[in-house]
Design a protein around this ligand. Structure first.
Ligand SMILES: [Mg+2]
Length: 176
């Protein structure tokens, strides 16, 4: 039996160690090139893909009309954007699935407020309709603006279906 989950209006994803297993500003040596639709390689020969469940999670969100937001504190947004442009989800560049991408150092409160503003979703944010999935516990300060924080605890597997669904379940209680 398939469990039917309720979804928030928007889901925010951290990138490094949430969607892929590296820090793109320290581990990647540009230029990058695709060696398949799901794998890229850098100048030093390091290969990178999304964590295994990421593609199906993104597709599930698209099918359920959930806005998809990226929020990263990386020092090299251009490298992150290149990764998202080269990796494909269902034959389309992954970057095209993101409704907005927010960058910069400092608290993700700023990233998320700006994303909500750009998408005309300030009220939805206030009403608890956002979740952030992130591997860094310091980013849980976003709960002060009513965005549920869900920790991605294991960098060897990143964002798994289990972590994703546990987050949705917590959100259905959080948002009541
Ligand atoms: Mg991270």
């Amino acid at each position: 039996m398939t469990i039917k989950y309720a979804y928030p209006k928007a889901i925010v994803f951290d990138l490094d160690y949430t969607l892929w297993p590296c820090w793109c500003d320290t581990h990647i040596r540009p230029p990058l090139k695709a060696i398949s639709s799901s794998e890229i390689i850098d100048r030093s020969g390091m290969r990178l893909s999304f964590y295994p469940h990421v593609e199906s999670i993104i597709q599930e969100l698209v099918e359920n009309n959930v806005k998809i937001i990226g929020a990263s504190r990386t020092a090299t947004p251009e490298v992150a954007k290149k990764i998202l442009s080269l990796l494909k989800i269902n034959n389309r560049a992954a970057i095209t699935y993101f409704d907005t991408l927010q960058w910069g150092a400092g608290s993700k409160i700023k990233h998320i407020k700006l994303a909500a503003k750009q998408l005309g979703m300030t009220e939805e944010l206030k009403n608890g309709n956002f979740i952030l999935y992130d591997d860094e516990l310091r980013n849980r300060d976003v709960e002060s603006i009513n965005c549920l924080f869900v920790h991605v605890p294991d960098e060897s597997v990143g964002l798994t279906k289990q972590v994703f669904q546990d987050g949705l379940e917590r959100w259905s209680k959080f948002s009541q």
